[in-house]
Design a protein around this ligand. Structure first.
Ligand code: GDP
Ligand code: IMO
Ligand code: MG
Length: 430
């Protein structure tokens, strides 16, 4: 097997991907964000200091790591520059080691205005997007009218294209959504201000990555969102607009499947979801309050309260299949420390016919209720534990049961937000 690692979420996002990407980056040369945009919020904690990244790959806190934002990502140049400045303020300098694909579509103010206007119009049927313009930006890409990072290189062409597309959006924003119109001149002025700051980063990132593969450098591909938010395989229409599963790495970077290596599925020890949509194991009781509070389950991007629920083994098996996962990383085990008992959903039962389903189907989530297996809690502190043998027996049994349900090993366990609060069950660096 080659040395590369894909790290992605198996649930509805916020599984702790950023923390694990950062943890594994010390042994890697490149870290690549390959899809999504600044809807992501990846939290890294190093020696108690917290950094939240939305667009910049989570490996860049290590000074030797090179970051790539590849063609599958939709990029707000304004957010990118803000994030680079935030990192500089925190003494992380990344200017010479961040490259962005010339083919990546731009997120511009009209995408954000459209995202917000649509959500408003949908009312109670809104998706609960992050309001970052993600859906409209991917629509432009598929409709072949997007402005791309490479367009920043030619100001005259950029101005012409921008005028046409702003006109197209103003028609909808003003006539249909009754919103204010947008000035293409303002956008152009702002783009010209940031353009020079990122100009030297614009590259053919696929070529850079192929060279890295040839030179036998390790690459980490950093997923955003999660399997159940994937545009094809998620709980449609309550999904994001990109491919957050393994397939997204291939189209999102220009790197073929034989180079992907090990695929690690990040799985929270329970489940959370932000925004609307089905959630079979959702809790509405005091356990929800407990998980929310102890797990600090508030969005890293929008600050919204995350919905919480038990671990869903049916959905987990689905994520194992869809992504060809090699192994799991279980995060936030410590959040379960004070519970008397812990449940895992092992199948779904049809509420009308009592038929049992062991397989996840996005078309069959409305009339089912979860069937749970109950495990004893360990009622002991696990936060900060670094060796599997130091975990209480009940916690080890919980992990073992997850391995049986998923039919793949758990190679990493996370016991706290800090980079160092991590158990490496198996040496990953083959
Ligand atoms: P991501 O989007 O998948 O990178 O995850 P987020 O950063 O949005 O959310 C995960 C949250 O859990 C962040 O606040 C992390 O600092 C925190 N976190 C990650 N791993 C652990 C863990 O093992 N235990 C605890 N208590 N917190 C963790
Ligand atoms: P990370 O990478 C959790 C959710 C939104 C909404 C749906 C569509 O931090 O795990 P969008 O703005 O993408 O059109 O919203 O997807 N969503 C996320 N939920 N974590 C994320 O990213 C998310 N990115 C999008 O809440 O339900
Ligand atoms: Mg997040």
């Amino acid at each position: 097997m080659n040395k590369n690692i894909v790290i992605l979420g198996t649930q509805w996002g916020d599984e702790g991907k950023g923390k694990i990407v950062d943890f594994l980056s010390s042994n890697s040369a490149y870290v690549v964000r390959y899809h999504g945009g600044h809807n992501a919020g990846h939290t890294l904690v190093v020696n108690g200091k917290k950094i939240i990244l939305h667009l910049i790959p989570s490996g860049l806190l290590y000074p030797n790591v090179i970051g790539i934002i590849s063609n599958g990502v939709v990029i707000s140049p304004f957010e990118l520059v803000k994030e680079i400045e935030m990192l500089e303020k925190n003494n992380y300098f990344i200017n010479e080691r961040l490259f962005i694909s010339e083919s990546a579509p731009l997120i511009l103010p009209y995408h954000i205005a459209m995202d917000l206007a649509r959500e408003k119009k949908l009312g109670i049927n809104a998706i609960g997007t992050t309001g970052r313009g993600i859906g409209p930006a991917y629509e432009d890409k598929i409709a072949r009218r997007a402005l791309r990072i490479g367009d920043l290189k030619n100001t005259k062409e950029l101005s012409i294209k921008l005028e046409v597309i702003v006109d197209y959006y103003n028609n909808q924003l003003v006539s249909f959504y009754k919103q204010k119109s947008i000035s293409y001149k303002e956008i152009l002025k702002d783009l010209l201000k940031v353009k020079d700051l990122i100009f030297n980063m614009i590259k053919d990132t696929s070529t850079i990555l192929h060279k890295a593969i040839k030179d036998k450098k390790r690459i980490i591909f950093e997923g955003a969102q999660g399997t159940l938010l994937d545009i094809d395989h998620g709980t449609y229409p309550y999904v994001t607009s990109s491919s957050s599963t393994t397939g997204g790495v291939i189209t999102g970077t220009g790197i073929g499947p034989k180079h992907l290596g090990y695929v690690l599925g990040i799985t929270k020890a329970y489940t959370t979801r932000v925004g609307k949509g089905p959630f079979p194991t959702e809790l509405f009781d005091e356990i929800d309050n407990y998980l929310s509070k102890k797990g600090k389950e508030f969005g890293s991007t929008t600050g919204r309260k995350r919905r919480t629920g038990w671990l869903d083994g049916v959905a987990l098996r689905y994520a194992v299949k869809i992504n060809s996962l090699s192994a799991l990383c279980i995060t936030k085990l410590d959040v379960l420390d004070d519970l008397e008992e812990i449940k895992i959903c092992i199948s779904y039962k049809d509420i009308n016919t009592s038929k049992i389903y062991k397989d996840f189907s996005v078309f069959n989530l409305e009339n089912i209720t979860p069937v749970y297996e109950v495990h004893p809690g360990w009622k002991e502190k696990t936060s900060g534990i670094k060796r599997i043998e130091d975990l209480p027996e009940a916690a080890r049994n919980y992990i073992k049961r997850i391995e049986e349900i998923a039919q793949i090993p758990v190679d990493i366990i996370s016991t706290g937000p800090d980079r160092s609060d991590t158990i490496l069950v198996k040496t990953l660096f083959f």
